[in-house]
Design a protein around this ligand. Structure first.
Ligand code: SF4
Ligand code: SF4
Length: 433
């Protein structure tokens, strides 16, 4: 919920983030699952370049509107490197001009990585940009859908970009989309990112492309989309590897989100927050939309150049958009044991029916349920460690002891005994299989 405190030149609303699209939907690649490329159609005959006056007004009002000590600028696309470095030098100058004592301005820059070179890396390092680089796994998985305008795979180009980033010691994280191809190879993806790339910060974003079932009012998904159960399997397989050996050294966004929720804190990622409304998107011409996934006429809040950003962010239209996420949850979610962490997921994916026939269930529900219930025991353990001022990474020693105990119990059990896992079945019909 957004509270408006009208103050002239600083602190006006609760924290919000705006995903900036300085080059609109224009990109040098043609990734087959990209939902944003088609947004080019919203602006026929446009130059698709954010003008200097739009940039300056945004920087000024955005900084003034943020109450917290850190102000994060999020650059996205399309592909933001297509604006050229000078554009971002200008942005950084505006940030310095409108910053105020006691705040820290930072920049998060999402890129496909293929245009990154020495000059970009010098700039990123000198200005402490945090990069997000899109990489879907090793070459055969990455190139399945991440292709250039000629339809060729982009793996080698991205790896070259990552090499630059690492040589210049620019901070980065890897954003991996989970789709129908790489979802079948969770540990191949994870071990590649961890061991070959050396990534420390990883995000897994599910690809869900909603499609109408021809001749009906039902919805399905494209063949590129991840199957819901596969998404659950994918996350659980990686989690099992991570919780046994990588806690505290590798940071996977959805695992951090879960630990926050298990510790009684807010998840910190809009998808799992109770309400939406604080993650907006701004197109190159200053049009502000409710969210990056709702860049469409019905969710246009107005244009930055026609007023103050605070009025748009705190508008009743945006409040309604945000609250709908909570208020439209089906009964099935309201009664769900993992709602405290899931909150029904992103509204853009709520297009299937519950077992009772109510609409508005998230397409990824089965996967979420499987994942969040599957991590419950170790999450509870880590949450209690944190509560007792111990590092969450102590969970790894506990798992090792549990494993040894399990092996001991399995070694001493006969095939006709009750299974040591506690299922109530005979061992030979349960874990022995
Ligand atoms: S609609 Fe989805 S992506 Fe947008 S703010 Fe809500 S949860 Fe986040
Ligand atoms: S797991 Fe499924 S039922 Fe539970 S809150 Fe999430 S979407 Fe709703």
């Amino acid at each position: 919920m957004i509270d408006v405190l009208k103050v002239t030149d600083s602190v006006t609303v609760d924290p919000f983030n705006v995903m900036l699209k300085p080059r609109g939907a224009i990109c040098n690649l043609d990734c087959k699952y990209c939902y944003y490329l088609r947004k080019e159609d919203l602006y026929p005959n446009s130059s698709f370049r954010m003008e200097k006056n739009v940039l300056e007004k945004f920087v000024k009002e955005y900084i003034a509107a943020q109450a917290g000590p850190e102000v994060v600028f999020s650059w996205q696309g399309g592909e933001p490197t297509l604006m050229g470095i000078d554009y971002f030098r200008q942005a950084v100058e505006f940030q310095a001009k409108y910053s105020r004592p006691g705040i820290r301005v930072t920049n998060a820059f999402q890129t496909n990585g293929v245009l990154i070179d020495d000059e970009w890396c010098s700039f990123f390092r000198d200005n402490e940009f945090l990069l997000g680089i899109s990489l879907d796994g090793p070459i055969e998985l990455h190139d399945a859908y991440r292709v250039d305008k000629g339809g060729d795979g982009t793996f080698d180009d991205v790896m070259r970009g990552i090499d630059y980033v690492q040589r210049y010691q620019v901070d980065y994280n890897i954003l991996t989309t989970v789709h129908s191809v790489n979802s079948k190879h969770p540990l191949t993806v994870y071990k590649f990112l961890r061991d070959t790339i050396g990534a420390k910060y990883i995000q897994f974003i599910p690809i869900v492309e909603k499609m109408n079932v021809y001749g009906t009012d039902q919805w399905s998904v494209s063949e590129r989309s991840v199957q819901s159960e596969d998404y659950g399997d994918f996350l659980l397989s990686i989690y099992d590897e991570w919780v046994a050996r990588d806690v505290g050294t590798i940071f996977v966004q959805i695992f951090d989100v879960a630990l926050a929720a298990w510790s009684g804190m807010r998840p910190g990622l809009c998808v799992f927050e109770e309400t939406c409304g604080s993650a907006l998107a701004m197109e190159h011409n200053g049009d502000l939309y409710s969210c990056d996934h709702f860049v469409e006429q019905d969710h246009l809040l107005g244009n930055l150049m026609d007023g103050n950003i605070v009025d748009l962010v705190s508008s009743s239209q945006q409040k309604e958009f945000g609250l709908a996420k909570r208020d439209d949850l089906p009964k099935y979610c309201l009664e769900c044991e993992v709602r405290f962490v899931c909150n029904g997921g992103c509204p853009k994916n709520r297009f299937i029916f519950t077992p009772e026939g109510d609409d508005g269930l998230n397409y990824l529900c089965a996967g979420y349920k499987q994942f969040f219930t599957g991590i419950n025991i170790s999450m509870n353990y880590m949450a209690s460690l944190l509560k007792n001022n111990r590092p969450a990474s102590d969970v790894m020693a506990w798992i090792e002891i549990e494993k040894l105990d399990w092996i001991r119990r399995v070694n001493s059990v006969n095939r006709n005994d009750s299974c040591p896992c506690g299922s109530g079945k005979k061992y030979k019909k349960c874990c022995m299989i």
